[in-house]
Write a protein that binds this ligand. Structure first.
Ligand code: SF4
Ligand code: SF4
Length: 462
């Protein structure tokens, strides 16, 4: 099966229960943002820009857990910011599991290995020594880290342990050069790959999470799927990039680029996703085939943003993950007070101009599962896809030239640094501009608060 039976059954039961009760609107996936702090500053990320004044603000653990109960979504996607910076991430994962939820930890991958080493230390017994030796062989942990693991860790905290109800959902937007360029830091892709390798060796479920931008090459996307499929990654989510306000403004101010150079219109999305159904057969793409038909331009869907609600430090964010017209104290109040008929695109006509180019999964993937704009055969299609056989790992993907950036000396920053050292660049002030950008690691201005949090999570010797 593409998605494990127990998990598919849980979601199907939830939908059937609400259909029988004729619940008009209900949640399928909670996007939980316990904090907006991030160690990266990816181009196109509206989150760290929109909430740049609340970097230090965090949701209480109790509030996070109560939010999941409030909307009662069977799946919780813990995002942010970078959720592994959240000081109580382990307790949050454990609490959500106690509630019986399916959990996705949406991470940029930079702290995954640290969290997995902590898990190994908290559960260490000599029986795992052969596994530790293998991790050393594969250069995924150092000998020094193994010695730390062997000392054990008795801090009374739970761990993020492998569990069939949990996925690491690792942000990867292309192969090495492209991904590092988008996240604006060299070495991130390599770290993600190593973290994924380690996670698979330890028995975790891992998915990748990709946003497609205007500049994303379709060929590169296919190679990326081939590469991660060869690593036996358990699934992929993919969604078109959206030109939401916060990201647009950042792009103009900070990078001097126009949003239309970077984000996709609906027509462009359809062109980029023309082969998504073929990818769905070759790779374990999560979601519904109905949403895939929508992305490929073969049908229209109505936005059901209320089915993937976002909860953050300010409350329930409406109308959706991307757009903010207000925050509400409870999920039910948000459902009741928001005029949902004002949003989305119906039969090609945008009800709100900001929705015009949006085809993102958090607005439209649930539409496919919930049967809005249903056509005969849709239910069967969804069942056949999700209960059908999981595509086999594409082992030839090991030959993909994935490390085509900084690993072979072609990192985008190395190129930029070389360029600014030219006499011409020095003459026109490019060096000063580059150094200024290097210093301001986050567009949010003062990074003291963020750095404080980061210092708590960074390994001592890094
Ligand atoms: S990893 Fe990138 S996309 Fe994710 S929250 Fe951080 S800056 Fe935004
Ligand atoms: S179409 Fe839906 S998900 Fe997209 S921006 Fe509009 S309200 Fe949000």
């Amino acid at each position: 099966m593409r998605f494990p039976l127990a998990l598919t059954t849980k979601i199907a039961k939830h939908i059937v229960k609400h259909k029988i009760r004729r619940t008009p609107k209900f949640a399928l996936v909670l996007q939980l943002e316990p904090l907006h702090t991030c160690n990266l500053t990816c181009t196109g990320c509206g989150r760290i820009r929109e909430y740049s004044t609340s970097l230090k603000d965090m949701m209480d653990l109790e509030d996070c857990l109560a939010s999941a109960i409030d909307c009662d979504a069977p799946m919780v996607s813990i995002c942010g910011g970078e959720p592994l910076i959240y000081p109580k991430i382990e307790e949050l994962v454990a609490g959500l599991r106690q509630q019986g939820r399916i959990i996705y930890i949406c991470t940029n991958g930079m702290f995954m290995r640290k969290k997995m080493r902590e898990y190994l230390a908290r559960t260490y017994t000599p029986t795992i020594d052969p596994l530790l030796a293998k991790l050393v062989d594969e250069k995924l942990v150092t000998q020094k880290e193994v010695e730390e693991i062997r000392k054990g860790k008795n801090d009374g905290k739970p761990s993020i342990a492998p569990n069939k109800w949990m996925y690491w959902n690792v942000h990867v937007d292309g192969l090495e050069y492209t991904h590092d360029l988008i996240v604006e830091r060299e070495g991130v892709f390599k770290e993600c790959v190593e973290a994924i390798k380690m996670a698979k060796l330890l028995g975790y479920q891992v998915a990748t999470n990709t946003t497609v931008y205007k500049e994303t090459e379709v060929k590169e996307l296919e190679e990326m799927f081939e590469f991660f499929s060869s690593m036996e990654v358990d699934g992929h989510t993919i969604s078109p990039g959206y030109d939401y306000d916060a990201a647009k403004k950042d792009m103009v101010k900070r990078l001097g680029r126009q949003p239309e150079d970077f984000f996709l219109t609906r027509a462009m999305t359809r062109a980029k996703f023309a082969k998504i159904q073929e990818w769905g057969q070759r790779f374990t793409i999560f979601g519904t085939p109905v949403y895939q038909e929508f992305l490929a331009g073969k049908r229209e869907l109505t936005c059901t943003a209320w089915a993937i609600p976002t909860r953050n430090v300010r409350g329930w964010k409406a109308p959706c993950y991307l757009m903010t017209d207000g925050h509400y104290p409870t999920y039910s109040e948000m459902l009741e007070k928001v005029d949902w008929s004002k949003y989305g695109v119906v039969d090609g006509v945008a009800r709100d101009s900001r929705c015009e180019n949006c085809m993102v999964h958090c607005g439209y993937d649930p539409s496919g599962a919930l049967g809005t704009n249903a056509k005969p055969g849709d239910t069967w299609k969804n069942i056949a896809y999700n209960f059908g056989a999981k595509p086999k790992p594409y082992l030839a993907g090991r030959n993909v030239n994935a490390f085509n950036g900084v690993s072979i000396g072609k990192g985008h920053l190395a190129e930029a640094k070389a360029a600014i050292n030219s006499p011409r660049a020095a003459a026109n002030g490019a060096q000063a501009a580059f150094l200024k950008k290097e210093e301001s690691s986050c567009s949010s201005g003062d990074t003291t608060q963020r750095d404080e949090l980061l210092s708590k999570i960074k390994p001592k010797d890094s």
